[in-house]
Design a protein around this ligand. Sequence first.
Ligand code: NAP
Ligand code: GDD
Length: 362
Amino acid sequence: MKRALITGVTGQDGSFLAELLLEKGYDVHGTIRRSSVDFRERIAHLEGHSNFHLHYADLGDSMSIIQVVKKVAPDEIYNLAAQSHVQVSFDSPEFTCDVDATGVLRVLEAVRQCDLQDKCRIYQASTSELYGKVEEVPQNENTPFHPYSPYAVAKQYGFWIVKEYREAYGMFCCSGILFNHESERRGETFVTRKITLAAARIAQGKQDKLYLGNLGSLRDWGYAKDYVECMWLILQNDKPEDFVIATGEQHSVREFCQLAFRRVGIELRFEGEGEDEKGIDTATGKVLVEVSPDFYRPTDVVNLWGDPTKARKELGWNPQKTSFEQLVNLMVDADMAKVAAERASEHVKMNLAEYLEKGIVK
Ligand code: NAP
Ligand code: GDD
């Protein structure tokens, strides 16, 4: 039985990857961080599985990483842990650097110090943000990097240190340069999930308006569940190499909004420009989407579009497994169900309060 260690197992990708590896018969170990609230929603369904184990470790703490690597002695490490929010990286640049840059070095060194460098394969969660202020469209493995946020600069160090350890020590370590991938488990402050949740809340009368930043920003959005399969394929390859993982299709934030609202039965028309642009419900004339400069970034990456040819040819990976429309729909449907469930439980609580007051329930 192969043993895998996933850092960041509580995240969107970590949870899907843990499921995939369990299905493949791996013994799966994940790292978690101590928190004042015990809230591991994405992996709650896996806890208790006999091949699923959790360990405390923090990418900012090399002792904890060495300890977990030594204890697990993994065949494969998937280093997914990161401060992954680009806008937050402008507010916490030093923390982002420590976790997203030096953290990668700590993982690589832990493997060497535990004498596992010839046995353990390492996947590093790299990112299309490396292309940043893009120098070529679409972007492939040979496109020059131009990182454009503290997050991207930190991730660029991660990318190069992985390459360095591969060349210097002959380690099997690779980076997946993944373009944006989303799902019903996506964090609620990333733009896609913010939109699908808002569309569901607006449709069910729980929210009036959605405030967004740059509506014209372009992304190559895929489905996270399809992308974790590629992480695994990269480590099963004959040679340690880096791969671009993307769908090869590009859409704007505005288009994402229109599709998401359409799924809940609202047709949006956009009018105006820049900060004055508005998304209007064509049936009622109500303004449902407005621009707020609060969501602008000091430097914003606006033109990401990946070329997944290498992954398709060399790994046999299908970049078009889930279409853009399917992705939007599955996210909206999940949020419609989530909001409906919240409303139902509010209703039960309200009824209970009323019944208690009236003495119907004691
Ligand atoms: P995510 O949902 O934000 O998950 C991040 C994970 O990292 C969480 O488990 C988090 O733990 C953990 N983490 C954060 N700081 C840590 C620390 N100091 N020590 C240990 N663990 C820490 O991110 P994701 O979307 O799954 O992305 C996974 C990885 O892929 C990240 O490295 C991200 O930068 C990269 N990436 C993502 C995308 C994308 O579109 N999703 C694209 C390219 C690259 P808590 O739950 O305790 O916070
Ligand atoms: N978050 C957010 N919130 N973004 C907004 C908003 C808003 O209200 N309005 C517009 N945007 C724009 C951002 O300016 C950005 O250009 C784009 O939408 C996407 O933003 P995010 O969803 O926050 O993702 P990201 O592309 O910055 O970063 C994600 O993808 C990277 C891969 O390219 C993260 O998952 C990173 O960890 C990942 O590396």
